[in-house]
Design a protein around this ligand. Structure first.
Ligand SMILES: Nc1ncnc2c1ncn2[C@@H]1O[C@H](COP(=O)(O)OP(=O)(O)OP(=O)(O)O)[C@@H](O)[C@H]1O
Length: 581
């Protein structure tokens, strides 16, 4: 159990999931903003589903009336013609109901999936806009669960459950009307059943909500665990931790089973009691009706059978509506988890159409810069000032954790400084179009992020429209060409998920070539050549210089072997900045 505690300690601080304060108001507004155009786009399909549902309800309601006619006017009156006519009408209605059901289902599934996919695409785009600080804390399994499970829950409730509920209400109202036509007094029994059901639901609801939330969280713990551990199989093997990981999963599963069982049992109780009430109702109708027949009151056998059939018909919508209570509790928890995401905003404003970057020279100036990571007690960078002339080559170094990568994040505008300014050609980064900035300032990180696909597709990631010649030039400069003969199909070779079939140094060279292909005015290599041997690193630095002679190059490195290759060394020892030219 201690290990499980360790796992939980790393959890992403969800805003409201545990607290259960209800969906975030701001997040709800964002979600509504996504939902409305999707609903509007599907309006005709949804209206057709509604109309077909009405038809299906009407077809269903006619059945008990035909049953009554069959018994009273056919069987009891010994009229064979009436029996055949009623039977034929019942078959025709059943066939019509099947056809209507199929048409309705088709439209419903189409509209429903398009809305769900639209929502998922919007949430995916939203997640891509959130800052790396958020993603550094978010657990991938949790995000996946929100994208795959919670969003579906919200959509199912908003669209599917609403349509089902409408259908159930229409059936119930129609049944009550038909019952009223048949016998007003017996109808009261159904009204009592419905009222009792409503009372039961109200009693169970709060408990269901709490259990729903706990079961969801237990499920998220399992998926987060799996995503994290499956991404680190080699390390688990290296530490001979397979058995321990298995035990952790078993412990998480036990917790999930416990919570799910409680939820299912309460849900079953909530769903089973209406069935019991309906059975009691049918028995009551037969007993009361039979006694009335014995007393010689105007109650026929056909009426009793039609009535019992009506009550049974009413049981389905009553159960559906009770089930909706359970669905609502699940949807509410899912909504909290989704709005917890949609309420979050990117850390920097993108400023599309901000100051342009035509003719960028690549001069960088840092003025009294300070930056503190959210939740951190002390600044990662403080009182940092320096100037990097356009086209110069700079080595940025300093002890581990002194803020080098933080500075690179500020240059790429993943964050804005708390104080001070970052100027590019004399213009504050905050006033520039963020996307244009990222096209002209390329960053190569130590961890090369490749995607499954061909090597060429990976090279073109930042500039898909580049010519083949440009791709080859960038590949040559970054040293990719050197290892191409080792690959089965050269640039067309598939590199596996996350570039797993390449070595660490090969992946870094691909990432470097990708950055060179963007033809940047500023190139930042944040330990992006750390996996290359020193001779290859030197060759690569020189080839980059030949390919992009006017480009400002900032290399973050712990090595000092190639110091002579740089015009300037910037040391980041801590708050004070030392500059040497
Ligand atoms: N996402 C983050 N959230 C909170 N704090 C962070 C985050 N990333 C870095 N830090 C903190 O900021 C400080 C500077 O980290 P940074 O990664 O910039 O150092 P660095 O000089 O690049 O280190 P290294 O040479 O080891 O790569 C560290 O104290 C680190 O703990």
């Amino acid at each position: 159990m201690a290990a499980r505690g360790l796992y939980r300690a790393a959890a992403w601080p969800a805003v409201q999931t545990e607290a259960g304060n209800g969906p975030d108001a701001r997040g709800l507004r964002v979600l509504r903003g996504w939902m409305q155009p999707l609903l509007w786009r599907e309006r005709w399909k949804l209206l057709a589903v509604l109309a077909l549902s009405l038809l299906a309800v009407a077809a269903g309601l006619a059945q008990p009336l035909l049953t009554k006619a069959l018994i009273d006017e056919g069987v009891l009156a010994r009229d064979a013609g009436a029996i055949v006519r009623s039977g034929a009408a019942m078959v025709a209605l059943a066939l019509a109901a099947l056809g209507i059901g199929l048409a309705c289902r088709r439209l419903h599934v189409l509209a429903s999936m398009r809305i769900l996919h639209g929502l998922k695409e919007a949430l995916f785009a939203h997640l891509l806009a959130l800052s790396p600080a958020f993603h550094a804390q978010a657990r991938q399994g949790d995000l996946m669960a929100r994208l795959e499970g919670d969003l579906g829950e919200v959509q199912r409730f908003a669209i599917d459950s609403m349509l089902t509920a409408l259908n159930a209400v229409l059936t119930l109202v129609g049944t009550v009307l038909v019952l009223g036509l048949l016998n007003g007094e017996l109808m009261l029994m159904l009204a009592v059943l419905v009222a009792l059901n409503a009372l039961l639901s109200a009693l169970i609801r709060p408990r269901l909500e709490a259990l729903s939330r706990r079961a969801r969280q237990a499920g998220v713990e399992v998926s987060s665990f799996l995503v994290e551990r499956l991404g680190a199989v080699k390390h688990i093997q290296a530490h001979v931790a397979e058995a321990r990981e298995g035990e952790q999963l078993a412990a998480l599963h036990a917790a999930l089973r416990r919570e799910s069982l409680r939820l299912q049992l309460l849900g079953q109780l909530g769903g089973g009691l209406p069935t019991l009430l309906v059975s009691l109702g049918v028995i009551g109708i037969f007993v009361a009706g039979s006694l009335a027949m014995l007393r010689g009151e105007a109650v026929t056998l056909g009426l009793l059978v039609a009535f019992a059939s009506c009550v049974q018909r009413a049981s389905a919508p009553v159960q559906t509506l009770t089930g909706l209570v359970l669905a609502w509790q699940r949807a509410k928890v899912a909504m909290e988890r989704i709005t917890d995401l949609t309420a979050r905003q990117p850390d920097v404003a993108p400023r599309p159409g901000g100051a342009g970057l035509d003719g960028l020279r690549g001069e960088i100036e840092l003025r009294d810069l300070r930056f503190t990571w959210p939740g951190s007690a002390r600044p990662a960078l403080e009182a940092l000032s320096c100037r990097i002339p356009a086209g110069s080559r700079v080595l940025l170094r300093g002890p581990s954790g002194c803020g080098k990568s933080t500075l690179v994040d500020l240059l790429h505008r993943h964050f804005d400084p708390d104080q001070g300014r970052v100027l590019l050609d004399g213009t504050d980064l905050r006033t520039l179009d963020r996307d244009a900035l990222r096209r002209r300032v390329a960053v190569v990180a130590q961890e090369a992020a490749l995607f499954g696909g061909t090597l060429e597709a990976n090279l073109r990631y930042g500039r898909p429209e580049a010519t083949r010649e440009a791709v080859e030039r960038a590949a040559e400069a970054a040293g990719v060409t050197e290892f191409l003969p080792q690959l089965p199909q050269g640039l067309d070779s598939v590199v596996g998920p996350r570039g797993a079939t390449l070595s660490g140094g090969q992946r870094q060279r691909v990432a470097l070539a990708r950055a060179l292909l963007m033809n940047p005015a500023v190139l930042v290599i944040d330990e992006g050549t750390s996996a290359l041997d020193e001779a290859l690193e030197l060759r690569t630095l020189r080839r980059i210089g030949a390919l992009l002679p006017g480009c400002t190059r900032i290399v973050v490195s712990h090595r000092s072997t190639h110091e002579g290759e740089f015009d300037q060394v910037i040391e980041l020892p801590g708050p004070a900045v030392e500059q040497r030219s």
